[in-house]
Design a protein around this ligand. Structure first.
Ligand code: FE2
Length: 375
Protein backbone atom coordinates (compact mmCIF):
# COMPACT_ATOMS: atom_id res chain seq x y z
CA UNK A 1 0.00 0.00 0.00
CA UNK A 2 0.90 3.67 -0.21
CA UNK A 3 -0.07 6.10 2.53
CA UNK A 4 0.66 9.79 2.80
CA UNK A 5 -0.47 12.28 5.41
CA UNK A 6 -0.55 15.89 4.21
CA UNK A 7 -0.50 18.56 6.91
CA UNK A 8 -1.76 22.09 6.35
CA UNK A 9 0.04 24.32 8.83
CA UNK A 10 -2.28 27.26 8.23
CA UNK A 11 -5.47 25.59 9.40
CA UNK A 12 -4.14 22.60 11.34
CA UNK A 13 -5.95 20.18 9.01
CA UNK A 14 -4.65 16.81 7.85
CA UNK A 15 -5.61 15.12 4.60
CA UNK A 16 -4.64 11.72 3.28
CA UNK A 17 -3.79 9.87 0.11
CA UNK A 18 -4.16 6.10 0.35
CA UNK A 19 -3.44 3.85 -2.60
CA UNK A 20 -2.73 0.34 -3.69
CA UNK A 21 0.72 0.07 -5.23
CA UNK A 22 -0.51 -3.06 -6.98
CA UNK A 23 -3.63 -1.74 -8.69
CA UNK A 24 -2.59 1.95 -8.62
CA UNK A 25 -6.05 2.92 -7.40
CA UNK A 26 -6.08 5.80 -4.93
CA UNK A 27 -8.39 7.47 -2.45
CA UNK A 28 -8.03 10.98 -1.09
CA UNK A 29 -9.59 11.76 2.27
CA UNK A 30 -10.47 15.27 3.46
CA UNK A 31 -8.68 17.17 0.67
CA UNK A 32 -8.29 20.92 0.93
CA UNK A 33 -9.12 23.24 -1.96
CA UNK A 34 -5.42 23.49 -2.80
CA UNK A 35 -5.63 20.36 -4.91
CA UNK A 36 -2.35 20.67 -6.81
CA UNK A 37 -0.52 18.93 -3.94
CA UNK A 38 -2.64 15.82 -4.51
CA UNK A 39 -2.43 16.10 -8.28
CA UNK A 40 1.37 16.08 -8.05
CA UNK A 41 1.32 12.90 -5.98
CA UNK A 42 -1.11 11.18 -8.33
CA UNK A 43 1.07 12.10 -11.30
CA UNK A 44 4.37 11.08 -9.70
CA UNK A 45 3.04 7.73 -8.62
CA UNK A 46 0.78 7.18 -11.65
CA UNK A 47 -2.16 6.55 -9.38
CA UNK A 48 -5.75 6.62 -10.63
CA UNK A 49 -8.09 8.44 -8.26
CA UNK A 50 -11.06 6.19 -7.49
CA UNK A 51 -12.56 7.78 -4.37
CA UNK A 52 -12.64 11.18 -2.76
CA UNK A 53 -13.99 11.02 0.77
CA UNK A 54 -14.91 13.84 3.09
CA UNK A 55 -15.20 12.48 6.62
CA UNK A 56 -17.74 15.23 7.24
CA UNK A 57 -18.88 18.62 6.00
CA UNK A 58 -15.96 20.73 7.16
CA UNK A 59 -16.29 24.06 8.90
CA UNK A 60 -12.69 25.17 8.89
CA UNK A 61 -11.25 24.32 5.52
CA UNK A 62 -12.71 24.47 2.06
CA UNK A 63 -12.89 20.99 0.64
CA UNK A 64 -11.32 20.16 -2.70
CA UNK A 65 -13.43 17.01 -3.00
CA UNK A 66 -15.74 18.17 -5.77
CA UNK A 67 -12.85 19.64 -7.75
CA UNK A 68 -10.95 16.33 -7.61
CA UNK A 69 -14.08 14.32 -8.34
CA UNK A 70 -14.82 16.38 -11.44
CA UNK A 71 -11.29 16.22 -12.78
CA UNK A 72 -10.74 12.49 -12.24
CA UNK A 73 -14.23 11.05 -12.50
CA UNK A 74 -13.80 9.67 -9.00
CA UNK A 75 -16.63 8.77 -6.66
CA UNK A 76 -17.30 11.43 -4.03
CA UNK A 77 -18.26 9.62 -0.83
CA UNK A 78 -19.98 11.11 2.20
CA UNK A 79 -22.07 9.55 4.93
CA UNK A 80 -25.70 9.19 3.97
CA UNK A 81 -26.68 11.73 6.65
CA UNK A 82 -24.71 14.53 4.96
CA UNK A 83 -26.92 17.45 3.98
CA UNK A 84 -25.34 18.92 0.88
CA UNK A 85 -26.69 20.41 -2.33
CA UNK A 86 -24.72 18.22 -4.77
CA UNK A 87 -24.79 14.52 -5.68
CA UNK A 88 -22.55 12.07 -3.85
CA UNK A 89 -22.21 8.37 -3.16
CA UNK A 90 -23.82 7.83 0.24
CA UNK A 91 -21.96 5.44 2.54
CA UNK A 92 -23.02 4.03 5.89
CA UNK A 93 -21.58 2.20 8.83
CA UNK A 94 -20.08 -1.15 7.81
CA UNK A 95 -19.69 -0.35 4.11
CA UNK A 96 -16.39 -1.38 2.55
CA UNK A 97 -14.80 0.42 -0.36
CA UNK A 98 -12.38 -1.84 -2.25
CA UNK A 99 -9.11 -0.22 -3.30
CA UNK A 100 -6.96 -2.82 -4.99
CA UNK A 101 -6.12 -5.32 -2.27
CA UNK A 102 -7.08 -2.79 0.43
CA UNK A 103 -10.43 -2.31 2.07
CA UNK A 104 -11.64 1.07 3.37
CA UNK A 105 -14.22 0.21 6.01
CA UNK A 106 -16.67 2.92 7.05
CA UNK A 107 -17.40 3.55 10.72
CA UNK A 108 -20.13 6.07 11.47
CA UNK A 109 -18.72 8.12 14.35
CA UNK A 110 -21.01 11.16 14.78
CA UNK A 111 -20.74 13.67 17.61
CA UNK A 112 -18.59 16.41 16.10
CA UNK A 113 -21.14 16.43 13.30
CA UNK A 114 -23.99 14.01 12.53
CA UNK A 115 -22.48 12.77 9.28
CA UNK A 116 -18.94 12.19 10.50
CA UNK A 117 -17.34 8.91 9.46
CA UNK A 118 -14.04 7.29 10.34
CA UNK A 119 -12.25 5.08 7.84
CA UNK A 120 -10.61 1.85 8.93
CA UNK A 121 -7.87 0.71 6.58
CA UNK A 122 -7.56 -3.04 6.19
CA UNK A 123 -4.88 -4.74 4.12
CA UNK A 124 -6.01 -8.41 4.00
CA UNK A 125 -2.81 -9.85 2.49
CA UNK A 126 -1.01 -8.51 5.57
CA UNK A 127 -3.70 -9.03 8.21
CA UNK A 128 -7.44 -9.48 8.55
CA UNK A 129 -7.32 -6.78 11.23
CA UNK A 130 -7.26 -3.04 10.53
CA UNK A 131 -3.89 -1.37 10.98
CA UNK A 132 -4.96 2.25 10.78
CA UNK A 133 -8.00 4.43 11.28
CA UNK A 134 -8.63 7.89 9.88
CA UNK A 135 -10.83 9.50 12.52
CA UNK A 136 -11.76 12.87 11.01
CA UNK A 137 -12.76 15.07 13.94
CA UNK A 138 -13.95 12.32 16.28
CA UNK A 139 -10.86 11.03 18.11
CA UNK A 140 -7.98 13.51 17.96
CA UNK A 141 -4.50 13.22 19.46
CA UNK A 142 -5.02 13.97 23.16
CA UNK A 143 -8.47 15.35 22.47
CA UNK A 144 -11.77 14.82 20.66
CA UNK A 145 -13.62 17.02 18.17
CA UNK A 146 -15.82 19.73 19.62
CA UNK A 147 -19.58 19.19 19.31
CA UNK A 148 -20.79 22.68 18.48
CA UNK A 149 -20.26 22.91 14.71
CA UNK A 150 -23.83 22.30 13.61
CA UNK A 151 -25.72 19.21 14.70
CA UNK A 152 -22.92 17.98 16.93
CA UNK A 153 -23.75 16.30 20.21
CA UNK A 154 -21.40 15.66 23.13
CA UNK A 155 -23.28 12.53 24.31
CA UNK A 156 -23.12 11.07 20.81
CA UNK A 157 -19.43 11.97 20.65
CA UNK A 158 -18.90 9.98 23.86
CA UNK A 159 -20.40 6.89 22.23
CA UNK A 160 -18.36 7.32 19.04
CA UNK A 161 -15.07 7.88 20.83
CA UNK A 162 -15.76 4.94 23.17
CA UNK A 163 -16.37 2.77 20.13
CA UNK A 164 -13.11 3.84 18.50
CA UNK A 165 -11.21 3.19 21.72
CA UNK A 166 -12.42 -0.41 21.66
CA UNK A 167 -10.32 -1.02 18.55
CA UNK A 168 -7.10 -3.02 19.09
CA UNK A 169 -4.20 -1.21 20.75
CA UNK A 170 -1.97 -1.32 17.71
CA UNK A 171 -4.32 0.54 15.37
CA UNK A 172 -2.63 3.76 14.27
CA UNK A 173 -4.84 6.84 14.52
CA UNK A 174 -4.66 9.56 11.88
CA UNK A 175 -6.96 12.47 12.74
CA UNK A 176 -8.47 15.24 10.63
CA UNK A 177 -6.66 17.85 12.71
CA UNK A 178 -3.35 18.09 14.48
CA UNK A 179 -3.96 21.62 15.82
CA UNK A 180 -6.44 24.44 15.46
CA UNK A 181 -9.83 25.29 16.89
CA UNK A 182 -11.60 21.94 16.32
CA UNK A 183 -10.58 20.72 19.76
CA UNK A 184 -9.42 22.32 22.97
CA UNK A 185 -6.31 20.36 23.83
CA UNK A 186 -4.73 18.63 20.86
CA UNK A 187 -1.16 17.75 21.70
CA UNK A 188 0.25 18.69 18.30
CA UNK A 189 1.40 15.26 17.16
CA UNK A 190 -0.01 14.32 13.77
CA UNK A 191 -0.82 10.72 14.75
CA UNK A 192 -1.14 8.34 17.66
CA UNK A 193 -2.37 4.84 18.47
CA UNK A 194 -5.60 3.57 19.96
CA UNK A 195 -3.67 2.03 22.84
CA UNK A 196 -1.91 5.27 23.73
CA UNK A 197 -5.10 7.32 23.55
CA UNK A 198 -7.02 4.81 25.64
CA UNK A 199 -4.40 5.24 28.35
CA UNK A 200 -3.45 8.89 28.05
CA UNK A 201 -6.15 10.88 26.25
CA UNK A 202 -7.55 12.97 29.14
CA UNK A 203 -11.08 12.58 27.79
CA UNK A 204 -10.80 8.79 27.51
CA UNK A 205 -10.46 8.59 31.28
CA UNK A 206 -13.71 10.44 31.96
CA UNK A 207 -17.09 8.85 32.54
CA UNK A 208 -19.98 9.84 30.34
CA UNK A 209 -21.18 12.76 32.45
CA UNK A 210 -17.74 14.28 32.96
CA UNK A 211 -16.91 13.80 29.26
CA UNK A 212 -20.05 15.69 28.22
CA UNK A 213 -19.55 18.56 30.65
CA UNK A 214 -15.91 18.92 29.59
CA UNK A 215 -16.96 19.19 25.97
CA UNK A 216 -19.76 21.69 26.44
CA UNK A 217 -18.01 23.94 28.98
CA UNK A 218 -15.87 26.75 27.64
CA UNK A 219 -16.17 25.95 23.97
CA UNK A 220 -13.50 27.84 22.01
CA UNK A 221 -14.35 30.45 19.42
CA UNK A 222 -15.64 29.37 16.04
CA UNK A 223 -12.92 29.25 13.38
CA UNK A 224 -12.07 32.02 10.97
CA UNK A 225 -14.66 32.31 8.18
CA UNK A 226 -16.58 29.28 9.39
CA UNK A 227 -19.98 30.33 8.06
CA UNK A 228 -18.68 30.94 4.54
CA UNK A 229 -16.57 27.77 4.52
CA UNK A 230 -19.37 25.51 5.74
CA UNK A 231 -21.85 26.97 3.27
CA UNK A 232 -19.34 26.45 0.46
CA UNK A 233 -18.73 22.84 1.48
CA UNK A 234 -22.46 22.20 1.54
CA UNK A 235 -22.80 23.57 -1.97
CA UNK A 236 -24.90 26.53 -0.82
CA UNK A 237 -22.29 29.19 -1.61
CA UNK A 238 -19.20 29.52 -3.72
CA UNK A 239 -16.66 31.13 -1.44
CA UNK A 240 -13.55 29.01 -1.81
CA UNK A 241 -11.58 32.24 -1.39
CA UNK A 242 -12.66 32.28 2.27
CA UNK A 243 -9.77 30.05 3.23
CA UNK A 244 -6.69 31.80 4.57
CA UNK A 245 -3.97 30.81 2.16
CA UNK A 246 -1.35 33.47 2.85
CA UNK A 247 0.62 33.90 6.01
CA UNK A 248 2.15 37.25 5.19
CA UNK A 249 2.95 39.39 8.23
CA UNK A 250 0.49 42.18 8.98
CA UNK A 251 0.92 45.38 10.96
CA UNK A 252 0.39 45.22 14.70
CA UNK A 253 -0.43 48.17 16.91
CA UNK A 254 -0.54 48.46 20.70
CA UNK A 255 -3.45 49.62 22.82
CA UNK A 256 -2.10 53.17 23.06
CA UNK A 257 -2.12 53.46 19.28
CA UNK A 258 -5.63 52.03 19.31
CA UNK A 259 -6.75 54.66 21.79
CA UNK A 260 -5.11 57.44 19.74
CA UNK A 261 -6.50 56.14 16.44
CA UNK A 262 -7.47 58.58 13.70
CA UNK A 263 -11.13 59.57 13.69
CA UNK A 264 -11.90 57.72 10.49
CA UNK A 265 -10.49 54.42 11.79
CA UNK A 266 -12.88 51.50 12.24
CA UNK A 267 -12.37 49.04 15.09
CA UNK A 268 -13.73 45.55 14.53
CA UNK A 269 -14.00 43.14 17.45
CA UNK A 270 -13.63 39.65 15.94
CA UNK A 271 -14.50 37.72 19.11
CA UNK A 272 -17.77 35.86 19.60
CA UNK A 273 -20.84 38.00 20.35
CA UNK A 274 -20.96 36.78 23.97
CA UNK A 275 -17.38 37.85 24.57
CA UNK A 276 -18.11 41.21 23.02
CA UNK A 277 -21.18 41.68 25.21
CA UNK A 278 -19.09 41.09 28.33
CA UNK A 279 -16.82 44.03 27.61
CA UNK A 280 -15.28 45.57 24.53
CA UNK A 281 -13.18 48.53 23.53
CA UNK A 282 -15.55 51.52 23.31
CA UNK A 283 -16.53 52.17 19.72
CA UNK A 284 -15.57 48.68 18.52
CA UNK A 285 -18.08 46.96 16.26
CA UNK A 286 -18.75 43.25 16.60
CA UNK A 287 -17.85 41.15 13.56
CA UNK A 288 -16.92 37.63 14.72
CA UNK A 289 -14.04 35.99 12.86
CA UNK A 290 -16.37 33.13 11.92
CA UNK A 291 -18.48 35.57 9.88
CA UNK A 292 -15.70 37.72 8.47
CA UNK A 293 -15.85 36.35 4.90
CA UNK A 294 -19.64 36.19 4.74
CA UNK A 295 -19.85 39.81 5.94
CA UNK A 296 -16.83 41.07 4.02
CA UNK A 297 -18.88 43.75 2.33
CA UNK A 298 -19.21 45.47 5.71
CA UNK A 299 -15.47 46.04 5.99
CA UNK A 300 -14.40 49.41 4.58
CA UNK A 301 -11.56 49.50 2.08
CA UNK A 302 -10.81 53.20 2.20
CA UNK A 303 -10.42 53.62 5.96
CA UNK A 304 -7.96 52.23 8.52
CA UNK A 305 -9.31 48.97 9.97
CA UNK A 306 -8.12 47.87 13.40
CA UNK A 307 -8.95 44.36 14.49
CA UNK A 308 -9.17 43.41 18.12
CA UNK A 309 -9.89 40.13 19.90
CA UNK A 310 -9.11 38.83 23.39
CA UNK A 311 -5.33 38.38 23.25
CA UNK A 312 -4.34 39.24 19.70
CA UNK A 313 -4.28 35.85 17.99
CA UNK A 314 -7.67 35.77 16.29
CA UNK A 315 -7.31 39.40 15.26
CA UNK A 316 -3.92 38.67 13.69
CA UNK A 317 -5.26 35.84 11.52
CA UNK A 318 -8.32 37.93 10.66
CA UNK A 319 -6.02 40.76 9.62
CA UNK A 320 -4.03 38.35 7.46
CA UNK A 321 -7.26 37.31 5.78
CA UNK A 322 -8.34 40.90 5.13
CA UNK A 323 -4.89 41.64 3.69
CA UNK A 324 -5.28 38.57 1.48
CA UNK A 325 -8.54 40.07 0.24
CA UNK A 326 -6.74 43.27 -0.75
CA UNK A 327 -7.72 45.40 2.25
CA UNK A 328 -4.48 47.26 2.81
CA UNK A 329 -5.04 49.56 5.76
CA UNK A 330 -5.43 46.78 8.28
CA UNK A 331 -3.79 46.29 11.66
CA UNK A 332 -4.13 43.85 14.54
CA UNK A 333 -4.20 45.07 18.13
CA UNK A 334 -1.42 43.41 20.13
CA UNK A 335 -2.65 41.96 23.41
CA UNK A 336 -6.26 42.62 22.43
CA UNK A 337 -9.08 43.47 24.81
CA UNK A 338 -7.17 41.71 27.61
CA UNK A 339 -4.34 44.24 27.37
CA UNK A 340 -6.83 47.11 27.17
CA UNK A 341 -8.55 45.90 30.34
CA UNK A 342 -5.24 45.23 32.13
CA UNK A 343 -4.16 48.81 31.42
CA UNK A 344 -7.21 50.06 33.30
CA UNK A 345 -8.90 51.49 30.26
CA UNK A 346 -12.71 51.56 30.28
CA UNK A 347 -14.75 48.83 28.61
CA UNK A 348 -18.16 49.20 27.00
CA UNK A 349 -20.77 46.53 27.72
CA UNK A 350 -23.78 45.35 25.83
CA UNK A 351 -24.82 43.11 23.02
CA UNK A 352 -23.91 43.35 19.40
CA UNK A 353 -27.28 44.60 18.26
CA UNK A 354 -26.67 47.85 20.09
CA UNK A 355 -23.57 48.39 17.97
CA UNK A 356 -24.91 47.24 14.64
CA UNK A 357 -26.64 50.51 13.67
CA UNK A 358 -23.28 52.25 13.76
CA UNK A 359 -22.15 49.98 10.97
CA UNK A 360 -25.08 50.95 8.81
CA UNK A 361 -24.77 54.64 9.63
CA UNK A 362 -21.13 54.71 8.66
CA UNK A 363 -22.16 53.92 5.07
CA UNK A 364 -19.15 51.77 4.47
CA UNK A 365 -18.47 50.95 0.92
CA UNK A 366 -16.78 47.86 -0.32
CA UNK A 367 -16.39 48.00 -4.04
CA UNK A 368 -14.54 44.70 -4.23
CA UNK A 369 -16.98 42.67 -2.15
CA UNK A 370 -16.90 39.07 -3.32
CA UNK A 371 -20.26 38.11 -1.94
CA UNK A 372 -22.89 39.17 0.48
CA UNK A 373 -23.94 35.63 1.25
CA UNK A 374 -25.55 35.19 4.65
CA UNK A 375 -26.19 31.99 6.53
FE1 FE2 B 1 -14.56 19.38 11.57
Amino acid sequence: MYFKQILDERCGCASYLVASRQSHEAAIIDPSIETEQYEALLRERTFRLRYVIDTHVHADHVSGARQLQAKHGAELCLHEAARVAYPFRPVKDGDELPLGQLRLRVLHTPGHRPELISILIVNPPRSPEPSMVLTGDSLLVGDVGRPDFGGGDAAVQFESVSRLLRLPDWVAVFPGHFEGPCGKGMCGRPNTTIGFERLYNPLARLDRRAFISTLVDGVPARPLNMTAIEATNRGLADMAWAMLTSAAPVREIDIDALEARPPDAVVLDVREPEEYAHGHVPGAVSLPQADLASRLDEVPRERPVMLVCQRGMRSYRSAQFLAQMGIDQVASVKGGTGAWRAAGKPLAMGDTTAERPRVAESQWTHAGAQSSYRI
